[in-house]
Ligand binder design. Structure first.
Ligand code: URA
Length: 250
């Protein structure tokens, strides 16, 4: 607790009480004047005292106050082709954030999908959750349905599973399997734990194949089920807890 100097840090006690949602600032001043407020066990009846919300213990009528942290939002978006994951584009191309502009808060994509990749994209305003999901250590599974030009057969699949060399180091899928194969086009399912830039496209390029279509179909246990292209749904708190548990019990 500090004396009244404005130049010191912290917040004014009456503002803190108001931010906690207990009363208006004016009512908070009245509570202080009435001797109902204690800071670190001492009654404060003078106005203008500044406190450090992180360190000081503020009680009103004996109950401790805490600033409620703003509720966070995380959504599962079905990204269509032709949308950018950046928050801004000088060329004014469509942005994924345009698809959820009705949501309050500044949600940003967790990692990226290329402009010409569709599928499951998580977006959140919870920086801590985003860090956890993107941390290379936790290797959250990302599953892709990949269409390549030409015949991709068992020999190519085996080579992919052994791993390929990319400019930024070796890359190996967690798993890969064939969906269909023909002389013109082949489809495979690929699961990776990392999220390097254009990783799937580069892995296939390393084997001489061009990716002509790419869709992310799964992120950890989350799928696109029930979410049409261009739409989103909020993650439930149970799903967020499960993601956190997956990281913390790795
Ligand atoms: N790998 C890619 O190459 N592109 C994506 O958008 C996602 C994964």
């Amino acid at each position: 607790m500090e004396a009244d100097s404005k130049s010191r840090g912290g917040v004014r006690l009456q503002k803190f009480i108001a931010d906690c949602g207990l009363a208006s600032r004016r009512r908070a001043e009245a509570m202080i004047a009435a001797g109902r407020v204690r800071v670190n066990g001492e009654t404060v009846s003078r106005q203008g005292v500044r406190i450090d919300p992180e360190r000081d213990r503020v009680e009103v009528d004996g109950s401790r106050l805490r600033v409620a942290s703003k509720p966070k939002t995380t959504i599962l978006l079905h990204k269509p082709l032709g949308y950018l994951c950046s928050m801004d584009d000088p060329r004014k191309r469509p942005l994924v954030k345009d698809l959820y502009r009705e949501l309050p808060g500044r949600l940003f994509p967790v990692g990226r999908l290329d402009y010409n990749t569709s599928g499951l994209l998580l977006c959140t305003d919870d920086g801590e959750l985003a860090n956890l999901l993107m941390h290379p250590r936790y290797k959250f599974e990302k599953e892709y349905l990949v269409t390549v030009n030409g015949r991709f057969g068992p020999a190519e699949l085996a080579a992919l599973c052994r791993g390929v060399e990319l400019a930024d180091g070796p890359a190996r899928p967690l798993s890969a399997s064939m969906v269909s194969s023909s002389a013109r086009r082949s489809r495979l399912k690929l699961v990776i734990g990392e999220g390097r830039n254009r990783q799937v496209r580069r892995m296939l390029e390393a084997l001489g194949f061009k990716v002509v279509e790419l869709q992310r179909t799964r992120y950890a246990f989350l799928t696109l089920k029930g979410v049409p292209r261009g739409k989103w749904r909020k993650l439930e708190s149970g799903e967020i807890d499960r993601l956190r548990r997956m990281a913390l019990h790795d």
